[in-house]
Design a protein. Sequence first.
Length: 213
Amino acid sequence: MRGVFITIEGGEGVGKSTQGRELARRLRAAGVTVLETREPGGTPAGDRIRDLVLDPAAHMAPVTELLLYEASRAELVSAVIEPALERGEFVLCDRFYDSSTAYQSYGRGLDPDLVGTLNMNATGGLRPDLTVYLALDPDHGVPRATTGGADRIEAEPDDFHRRVLAGFEAIAAAEPDRVVRVDASGDVAQVADRVWDAVSSHPAVGALLNGFW
Ligand code: TMP
């Protein structure tokens, strides 16, 4: 049986990595095999793209930036995500195409049709079964993300991060069956419980965890 594809999304400093690790731990404790990966990155080519696209010294046009994220995505889907899903594993991916919609379309102002077309081509039409969107105001998230210095995207001004937030909110409102919006304010354990409630009760996951797999 084909595996389940879960993505985690949100703005800067919302706790995606921490919550992703905890979600993977709980899924494993429930008895499933989980592959954790992230975007940009997750492959040798993708890791090099990540270094370039996040380098504060690298200046690039918005469309260059979009194409780099899409290149990393195409490689990750074909080399890592699709094979794992075919093996029947759960795949937990820190960011996916919703980030291109939120950052490059809403944030940078690129044509949503262009971003949508490239998302479709890079993924071969692969859609997450479930997306956990961690919602947090950039006033809280951005300072948390940049305490050790800001990368090229984190260093963008407040209005950029507000447009990205509006993008994620719009995606969540447009696709409520796929995207679960989780309040990411509060302490780590509280948010982890909210994430687990959302994931374990979702139709794409709940039945499998209850022993039907
Ligand atoms: P992060 O994975 O550590 O959050 O860093 C990735 C950064 O890249 C983050 O600022 C969001 C940004 N990003 C985009 O702008 N577009 C994308 O498609 C993806 C995957 C990430």
